[in-house]
Design a protein around this ligand. Sequence first.
Ligand SMILES: N[C@@H](CCC(=O)N[C@@H](CS)C(=O)NCC(=O)O)C(=O)O
Length: 275
Amino acid sequence: MAKNNIITLYDLQLASGCTISPFVWATKYALKHKGFEIESVPGGFTGILERTGGRSERLPVIVDDGKWVLDSWLIAEYLDERYPERPPLFSGASMKLLTKFLEGWLWTTAIRPWFGCYIKDYRDLSLPQDHEYVTRSRENMLGRKLEEVVVGREDRLPLVPPTLDPLRQLLRESEWLGGTRPNYADYRALSVFLWTASIATTPPLTADDPLRDWLDRGFDLYGGLGRHPGMHSLFGLQLRPGDPEPFVKGPAMGGLGSRNTGPQSTRAETERITR
Ligand SMILES: N[C@@H](CCC(=O)N[C@@H](CS)C(=O)NCC(=O)O)C(=O)O
Protein backbone atom coordinates (compact mmCIF):
# COMPACT_ATOMS: atom_id res chain seq x y z
CA MET A 1 0.00 0.00 0.00
CA ALA A 2 1.33 3.42 -1.01
CA LYS A 3 2.94 4.94 2.11
CA ASN A 4 1.01 8.03 3.24
CA ASN A 5 -0.96 7.73 0.00
CA ILE A 6 2.10 8.96 -1.95
CA ILE A 7 3.49 7.41 -5.14
CA THR A 8 6.82 8.51 -6.61
CA LEU A 9 6.79 9.47 -10.30
CA TYR A 10 9.91 9.99 -12.42
CA ASP A 11 8.99 12.98 -14.55
CA LEU A 12 10.27 14.05 -17.97
CA GLN A 13 10.44 17.82 -18.01
CA LEU A 14 11.34 20.82 -20.11
CA ALA A 15 13.48 23.68 -18.83
CA SER A 16 10.31 25.41 -17.54
CA GLY A 17 9.65 22.41 -15.29
CA CYS A 18 6.57 21.41 -17.21
CA THR A 19 6.09 17.78 -18.22
CA ILE A 20 6.60 17.06 -21.90
CA SER A 21 6.08 13.32 -22.33
CA PRO A 22 2.50 12.27 -23.22
CA PHE A 23 3.20 8.98 -21.43
CA VAL A 24 4.12 10.79 -18.24
CA TRP A 25 1.05 13.04 -18.56
CA ALA A 26 -1.22 9.99 -18.84
CA THR A 27 0.43 8.53 -15.74
CA LYS A 28 0.00 11.74 -13.74
CA TYR A 29 -3.72 11.71 -14.49
CA ALA A 30 -3.97 7.98 -13.73
CA LEU A 31 -2.34 8.47 -10.31
CA LYS A 32 -4.67 11.36 -9.47
CA HIS A 33 -7.73 9.44 -10.70
CA LYS A 34 -6.81 6.68 -8.24
CA GLY A 35 -6.59 9.28 -5.49
CA PHE A 36 -2.82 9.32 -4.93
CA GLU A 37 -0.51 12.20 -4.17
CA ILE A 38 2.42 12.40 -6.57
CA GLU A 39 5.99 12.87 -5.40
CA SER A 40 7.83 13.91 -8.57
CA VAL A 41 11.45 13.15 -9.26
CA PRO A 42 12.40 15.98 -11.64
CA GLY A 43 14.62 15.67 -14.70
CA GLY A 44 14.87 15.77 -18.45
CA PHE A 45 15.89 13.49 -21.31
CA THR A 46 19.48 12.75 -20.32
CA GLY A 47 20.44 10.71 -17.30
CA ILE A 48 17.19 8.70 -17.04
CA LEU A 49 19.11 5.43 -16.60
CA GLU A 50 21.19 6.94 -13.79
CA ARG A 51 18.16 8.56 -12.11
CA THR A 52 16.29 5.26 -12.06
CA GLY A 53 19.25 3.27 -10.72
CA GLY A 54 19.80 1.48 -14.06
CA ARG A 55 16.18 0.31 -14.28
CA SER A 56 14.87 2.25 -17.29
CA GLU A 57 15.88 4.36 -20.29
CA ARG A 58 12.32 5.63 -20.77
CA LEU A 59 9.80 7.45 -18.61
CA PRO A 60 7.39 7.30 -16.87
CA VAL A 61 8.47 5.05 -14.03
CA ILE A 62 6.71 4.92 -10.67
CA VAL A 63 7.75 3.60 -7.28
CA ASP A 64 4.93 2.45 -5.02
CA ASP A 65 6.21 1.72 -1.53
CA GLY A 66 9.45 0.27 -2.91
CA LYS A 67 7.87 -1.46 -5.93
CA TRP A 68 9.15 -0.13 -9.26
CA VAL A 69 6.71 -0.18 -12.18
CA LEU A 70 7.76 0.87 -15.71
CA ASP A 71 5.70 1.90 -18.77
CA SER A 72 2.56 4.05 -18.76
CA TRP A 73 0.19 1.26 -19.83
CA LEU A 74 1.65 -1.25 -17.38
CA ILE A 75 1.44 1.39 -14.65
CA ALA A 76 -2.26 2.00 -15.38
CA GLU A 77 -2.96 -1.75 -15.33
CA TYR A 78 -0.94 -2.13 -12.14
CA LEU A 79 -2.93 0.64 -10.44
CA ASP A 80 -6.28 -0.95 -11.28
CA GLU A 81 -5.08 -4.44 -10.25
CA ARG A 82 -3.38 -3.32 -7.03
CA TYR A 83 -6.08 -0.85 -5.98
CA PRO A 84 -9.43 -2.32 -7.16
CA GLU A 85 -11.31 -0.53 -4.37
CA ARG A 86 -10.39 2.87 -5.84
CA PRO A 87 -12.07 4.43 -8.93
CA PRO A 88 -11.27 2.22 -11.96
CA LEU A 89 -9.26 3.56 -14.87
CA PHE A 90 -10.60 0.85 -17.18
CA SER A 91 -13.93 -0.84 -17.63
CA GLY A 92 -13.02 -4.11 -19.28
CA ALA A 93 -10.69 -5.47 -21.93
CA SER A 94 -12.62 -3.95 -24.82
CA MET A 95 -12.20 -0.45 -23.45
CA LYS A 96 -8.43 -0.97 -23.27
CA LEU A 97 -8.33 -2.01 -26.93
CA LEU A 98 -10.56 0.85 -28.07
CA THR A 99 -8.49 3.35 -26.07
CA LYS A 100 -5.35 2.05 -27.79
CA PHE A 101 -7.10 2.50 -31.14
CA LEU A 102 -8.17 6.06 -30.27
CA GLU A 103 -4.66 6.91 -29.17
CA GLY A 104 -3.10 5.32 -32.25
CA TRP A 105 -5.46 7.36 -34.43
CA LEU A 106 -4.57 10.55 -32.55
CA TRP A 107 -0.85 9.88 -32.94
CA THR A 108 -1.33 9.42 -36.68
CA THR A 109 -3.62 12.40 -37.23
CA ALA A 110 -2.21 14.87 -34.70
CA ILE A 111 1.12 13.94 -33.07
CA ARG A 112 2.80 12.94 -36.32
CA PRO A 113 2.16 16.25 -38.16
CA TRP A 114 2.61 18.34 -35.01
CA PHE A 115 5.92 16.60 -34.28
CA GLY A 116 7.18 17.92 -37.64
CA CYS A 117 5.88 21.42 -36.82
CA TYR A 118 7.09 21.71 -33.22
CA ILE A 119 10.24 19.58 -33.07
CA LYS A 120 12.51 22.63 -32.99
CA ASP A 121 10.49 24.11 -30.09
CA TYR A 122 10.67 20.68 -28.41
CA ARG A 123 14.47 20.88 -28.53
CA ASP A 124 14.74 24.60 -27.75
CA LEU A 125 12.45 24.31 -24.72
CA SER A 126 14.24 21.26 -23.30
CA LEU A 127 16.75 21.59 -20.48
CA PRO A 128 20.06 23.09 -21.69
CA GLN A 129 21.91 19.85 -20.89
CA ASP A 130 19.40 17.93 -23.10
CA HIS A 131 19.80 20.04 -26.26
CA GLU A 132 22.62 18.02 -27.79
CA TYR A 133 20.94 14.65 -27.08
CA VAL A 134 17.49 15.78 -28.27
CA THR A 135 18.95 17.26 -31.46
CA ARG A 136 21.02 14.17 -32.28
CA SER A 137 18.35 11.58 -31.41
CA ARG A 138 15.47 13.41 -33.12
CA GLU A 139 17.53 14.21 -36.23
CA ASN A 140 18.39 10.50 -36.44
CA MET A 141 14.68 9.70 -36.04
CA LEU A 142 13.60 12.16 -38.73
CA GLY A 143 16.60 11.89 -41.06
CA ARG A 144 16.95 15.69 -41.36
CA LYS A 145 18.05 18.76 -39.42
CA LEU A 146 15.34 19.99 -37.05
CA GLU A 147 15.49 23.43 -38.67
CA GLU A 148 14.67 21.85 -42.04
CA VAL A 149 11.84 19.70 -40.66
CA VAL A 150 9.85 22.69 -39.39
CA VAL A 151 10.11 24.74 -42.61
CA GLY A 152 6.62 25.47 -43.99
CA ARG A 153 4.81 24.64 -40.77
CA GLU A 154 2.47 27.61 -41.28
CA ASP A 155 1.17 25.78 -44.38
CA ARG A 156 0.83 22.41 -42.60
CA LEU A 157 -0.70 23.47 -39.27
CA PRO A 158 -4.12 24.43 -40.77
CA LEU A 159 -4.42 20.94 -42.30
CA VAL A 160 -4.58 19.18 -38.91
CA PRO A 161 -7.74 20.58 -37.20
CA PRO A 162 -10.21 19.24 -39.82
CA THR A 163 -8.85 15.70 -39.28
CA LEU A 164 -9.90 15.80 -35.61
CA ASP A 165 -13.65 15.83 -36.35
CA PRO A 166 -14.25 12.21 -35.23
CA LEU A 167 -13.10 13.22 -31.73
CA ARG A 168 -15.30 16.35 -31.81
CA GLN A 169 -18.22 14.16 -32.84
CA LEU A 170 -17.73 11.83 -29.84
CA LEU A 171 -17.48 14.76 -27.46
CA ARG A 172 -20.67 16.25 -28.84
CA GLU A 173 -22.45 13.13 -27.59
CA SER A 174 -20.75 12.75 -24.24
CA GLU A 175 -19.23 15.01 -21.61
CA TRP A 176 -16.18 12.74 -21.30
CA LEU A 177 -14.96 9.75 -23.27
CA GLY A 178 -15.57 7.93 -20.00
CA GLY A 179 -19.24 9.08 -19.95
CA THR A 180 -20.23 11.31 -17.04
CA ARG A 181 -16.73 10.97 -15.53
CA PRO A 182 -13.32 10.97 -17.17
CA ASN A 183 -11.46 7.69 -17.40
CA TYR A 184 -8.21 6.43 -18.90
CA ALA A 185 -9.50 7.00 -22.46
CA ASP A 186 -9.81 10.72 -21.65
CA TYR A 187 -6.35 10.78 -20.09
CA ARG A 188 -4.65 9.08 -23.07
CA ALA A 189 -6.40 11.43 -25.50
CA LEU A 190 -5.76 14.51 -23.34
CA SER A 191 -2.09 13.55 -23.15
CA VAL A 192 -1.69 14.16 -26.88
CA PHE A 193 -2.85 17.76 -26.35
CA LEU A 194 -0.89 18.22 -23.11
CA TRP A 195 2.27 17.19 -24.99
CA THR A 196 1.37 19.67 -27.71
CA ALA A 197 0.70 22.49 -25.24
CA SER A 198 4.09 21.90 -23.64
CA ILE A 199 5.93 22.71 -26.90
CA ALA A 200 3.57 24.65 -29.22
CA THR A 201 5.01 28.16 -29.45
CA THR A 202 2.37 28.88 -32.11
CA PRO A 203 -1.14 27.51 -31.56
CA PRO A 204 -2.37 24.40 -33.41
CA LEU A 205 -6.15 24.93 -33.00
CA THR A 206 -8.48 27.84 -33.80
CA ALA A 207 -9.92 29.88 -30.93
CA ASP A 208 -13.46 28.59 -31.63
CA ASP A 209 -12.54 24.90 -31.79
CA PRO A 210 -15.31 22.84 -30.14
CA LEU A 211 -12.64 20.61 -28.57
CA ARG A 212 -11.83 23.55 -26.33
CA ASP A 213 -14.55 22.74 -23.79
CA TRP A 214 -13.30 19.16 -23.18
CA LEU A 215 -9.65 20.26 -23.31
CA ASP A 216 -10.18 23.05 -20.77
CA ARG A 217 -12.12 20.76 -18.45
CA GLY A 218 -9.43 18.10 -18.84
CA PHE A 219 -6.53 20.47 -18.16
CA ASP A 220 -8.43 21.78 -15.09
CA LEU A 221 -8.95 18.32 -13.55
CA TYR A 222 -7.33 17.52 -10.21
CA GLY A 223 -6.66 21.11 -9.21
CA GLY A 224 -5.41 22.18 -12.64
CA LEU A 225 -3.04 19.24 -13.16
CA GLY A 226 -2.65 20.23 -16.83
CA ARG A 227 -1.97 23.88 -16.07
CA HIS A 228 1.63 24.94 -15.72
CA PRO A 229 3.15 28.35 -16.41
CA GLY A 230 5.39 26.70 -19.01
CA MET A 231 2.43 25.46 -21.08
CA HIS A 232 1.37 27.30 -24.25
CA SER A 233 -2.15 28.04 -25.40
CA LEU A 234 -3.52 25.53 -27.88
CA PHE A 235 -5.95 28.09 -29.29
CA GLY A 236 -5.44 31.00 -31.66
CA LEU A 237 -4.40 29.41 -34.96
CA GLN A 238 -4.95 32.09 -37.61
CA LEU A 239 -6.34 30.74 -40.85
CA ARG A 240 -5.46 32.27 -44.20
CA PRO A 241 -7.52 32.41 -47.37
CA GLY A 242 -7.56 28.94 -48.93
CA ASP A 243 -7.03 27.07 -45.66
CA PRO A 244 -9.62 24.31 -45.06
CA GLU A 245 -12.52 24.78 -42.64
CA PRO A 246 -11.08 23.72 -39.27
CA PHE A 247 -14.16 21.74 -38.20
CA VAL A 248 -17.64 20.87 -39.38
CA LYS A 249 -20.03 23.62 -38.37
CA GLY A 250 -23.69 22.73 -37.87
CA PRO A 251 -25.16 19.29 -37.29
CA ALA A 252 -23.16 16.26 -38.33
CA MET A 253 -24.24 14.81 -41.68
CA GLY A 254 -24.48 11.30 -43.05
CA GLY A 255 -25.01 7.87 -41.58
CA LEU A 256 -22.47 8.26 -38.78
CA GLY A 257 -23.79 11.59 -37.57
CA SER A 258 -27.51 10.82 -37.39
CA ARG A 259 -29.85 8.16 -35.99
CA ASN A 260 -32.34 6.45 -38.26
CA THR A 261 -35.68 6.75 -36.49
CA GLY A 262 -37.76 6.14 -39.62
CA PRO A 263 -38.17 7.73 -43.08
CA GLN A 264 -38.88 11.20 -41.71
CA SER A 265 -35.38 11.27 -40.20
CA THR A 266 -33.64 10.52 -43.53
CA ARG A 267 -36.04 12.19 -46.02
CA ALA A 268 -34.13 15.47 -46.40
CA GLU A 269 -30.90 13.59 -47.07
CA THR A 270 -32.61 11.22 -49.51
CA GLU A 271 -34.09 14.17 -51.42
CA ARG A 272 -30.70 15.88 -51.55
CA ILE A 273 -28.85 12.86 -52.91
CA THR A 274 -31.53 11.70 -55.38
CA ARG A 275 -32.57 15.00 -56.98
N1 LIG B 1 5.99 2.53 -23.85
C1 LIG B 1 6.51 3.56 -22.96
C2 LIG B 1 7.08 4.69 -23.79
C3 LIG B 1 7.80 5.72 -22.92
C4 LIG B 1 8.64 6.67 -23.75
O1 LIG B 1 9.00 6.39 -24.90
N2 LIG B 1 8.97 7.80 -23.11
C5 LIG B 1 9.79 8.76 -23.80
C6 LIG B 1 9.22 10.15 -23.59
S1 LIG B 1 7.87 10.51 -24.62
C7 LIG B 1 11.16 8.79 -23.17
O2 LIG B 1 11.34 8.43 -22.03
N3 LIG B 1 12.14 9.27 -23.93
C8 LIG B 1 13.47 9.40 -23.47
C9 LIG B 1 14.40 9.64 -24.61
O3 LIG B 1 13.94 10.11 -25.65
O4 LIG B 1 15.58 9.39 -24.42
C10 LIG B 1 5.40 4.02 -22.02
O5 LIG B 1 4.22 3.91 -22.38
O6 LIG B 1 5.71 4.45 -20.91
